[in-house]
Design a protein around this ligand. Structure first.
Ligand code: DQA
Length: 145
């Protein structure tokens, strides 16, 4: 099956961006590792990053007809602001896991609220790049069950 990984704003700067919070891995490294793991289990991985809310929404809409079976999404700051991206995920009704590199519950109060968590299959936060690998593992287990 195809698993879509969506990355929100500023995640294109991973590796250089606040490495004490977000780690040293670049987005390209994270995506490449996820693609390798997915392929080894017979899945395809598609990934997409945008700093623009509308582009992320359009990509979610496209997932409805392109064979995507599961979405992993780190909405980044849109986690805390975007009803529109939430509504897009609800509209396509594809299962998704919410992913965060940092433990959003151990930071500023405004990061504790997510517009996505109640719709998500589950939420993984706080493990750096490993958060994505754990989410991929969980998605593949879901797809196999
Ligand atoms: C983040 C946490 C968000 O609060 C923040 O705005 C991000 C990244 C994370 O992966 O830890 O950009 O989603």
């Amino acid at each position: 099956a195809t698993i879509l990984v969506l990355h929100g704003p500023n995640l294109d700067l991973l590796g250089a961006r606040e490495p004490e919070t977000y780690g040293h891995a670049t987005l390209a490294e994270i995506d490449a590792e996820l693609a390798t793991i997915a392929r080894a289990s017979g899945h395809e991985l598609a990934s997409f990053q945008s700093n623009a809310e509308h582009a992320l929404i359009e990509r979610v809409h496209a997932a409805r007809g392109d064979g995507t079976a599961f979405i992993l999404i780190n909405p980044a700051a849109f986690t805390h602001t975007s009803i529109a991206l939430r509504d897009a995920l609800a509209a396509v009704a594809l299962p998704f896991i919410e992913v965060h590199l940092s433990n959003v519950h151990a930071r500023e109060a405004f990061r504790r609220h997510s517009y996505f968590s109640d719709l998500a299959v589950g939420v993984i936060a706080g493990f750096g790049a490993l958060s994505y690998r754990l989410a991929l593992d969980a998605a593949m287990r879901r797809l196999a069950s």
